[in-house]
Design a protein around this ligand. Structure first.
Ligand SMILES: Nc1ccn([C@@H]2O[C@H](COP(=O)(O)OP(=O)(O)OP(=O)(O)O)[C@@H](O)[C@H]2O)c(=O)n1
Ligand SMILES: C[C@](O)(CO)[C@H](O)COP(=O)(O)O
Length: 254
């Protein structure tokens, strides 16, 4: 494990890098430290997410996008935790939206990276098999790959109104055609960089990176996601994450 300065280097061979947007505040999780720094099983969520990417032999570099004023703290945190020898990392400050933070992570990639994963720090428990399946699909030629799961709930499209008011239903999409999308999402680097440079997104920005690639007109494919790749968004998700981690530790015997 080693840290690098965020300057481009000359290409030597083609590497796969993971960009981890971790600059969010975690408003929906409630008051406390920035979400990525909250502890899960005694270890910050961000460290779980970094290790989940580094668990793949294919990932040679992890770029962590820290809260805008928290890059030194995040670098110290990662320095204090063990990562596999094959994994370099960089820490860069993030932006006001997830999209902006991912863009700042992409700007920091060295020249020799050709495949990029974008993985939410808020999905700390994604299994390595899911990471590898995404990378494999990109390496096999897909410019954009997303892990996703079928939905358990029926979904309604509504006309949004003021919070708490009844909202008229506009339609019920056919559930069997819907997928709930997770991360890591995997990309051919040039495609993702072009999407971030060319796709204009209004309002809050894009909710995921594959959506931006779709707007370019490039194909996006789905591979099977995993139940344990869920996003820690609300307090109940933390309870589930602690339970998953406790079960893993019991199974691993430590
Ligand atoms: N300005 C932002 C906002 C979000 N993220 C990251 O994007 C991922 C997914 O975002 P989300 O789960 O919505 O995190 P938060 O924005 O922190 O959550 P909330 O909307 O509840 O504040 C997280 O790893 C988060 O740290 C980021 O890097 N920069
Ligand atoms: C990228 C993502 O995790 C895919 O499901 C999701 O869209 C992030 O949304 P958030 O509101 O920024 O958590």
């Amino acid at each position: 494990m080693s840290s690098m300065s965020p300057t481009p280097e000359r290409p030597r061979s083609s590497r796969t890098a993971a960009v981890i947007p971790a600059a969010g505040r975690g408003v929906r999780l409630g008051p406390g430290a920035p979400k990525a720094l909250r502890v899960l099983g005694g270890t910050p969520m961000l460290i779980h997410a970094v290790r989940a990417m580094a668990a793949s032999r294919a990932v040679g570099l992890v770029v962590v996008v820290a809260p805008p004023d928290g890059a030194p703290e995040v670098k110290n945190l990662i320095d204090a935790h063990v990562l596999p020898d094959h994994t370099d990392y960089l820490v860069v400050p993030g932006g006001a939206t997830r999209q902006e933070s991912v863009g700042l992570g992409l700007d920091a990639l060295p020249e020799d990276v050709s495949v990029v994963l974008v993985h939410d720090a808020a999905r700390p428990l994604v299994p390595v098999d899911t990471v590898d399946a995404v990378i494999e699909a990109v390496r096999a030629g897909a410019p954009a790959v997303v892990p996703a799961l079928p939905l358990a709930d029926t979904v309604k499209e509504v006309e949004p109104g003021p919070p708490g008011d009844p909202e008229p239903v506009l339609s019920t999409p056919v559930r069997s055609r819907l997928r709930a999308v997770q991360t890591p999402q995997g990309f051919d680097r040039d495609t993702l960089v072009r999407a971030h440079a060319e796709v204009a997104v209004d309002g809050e920005g894009a909710t995921d990176d594959a959506g931006m690639v779709e707007r370019l007109g490039s194909p996006v494919v789905v591979v099977p996601g995993h139940a344990e790749a869920f996003k820690v968004t609300r307090p109940l998700d933390l309870v589930l994450a602690e339970a998953v981690l406790a079960r893993r530790r019991a199974n691993d015997g430590f």
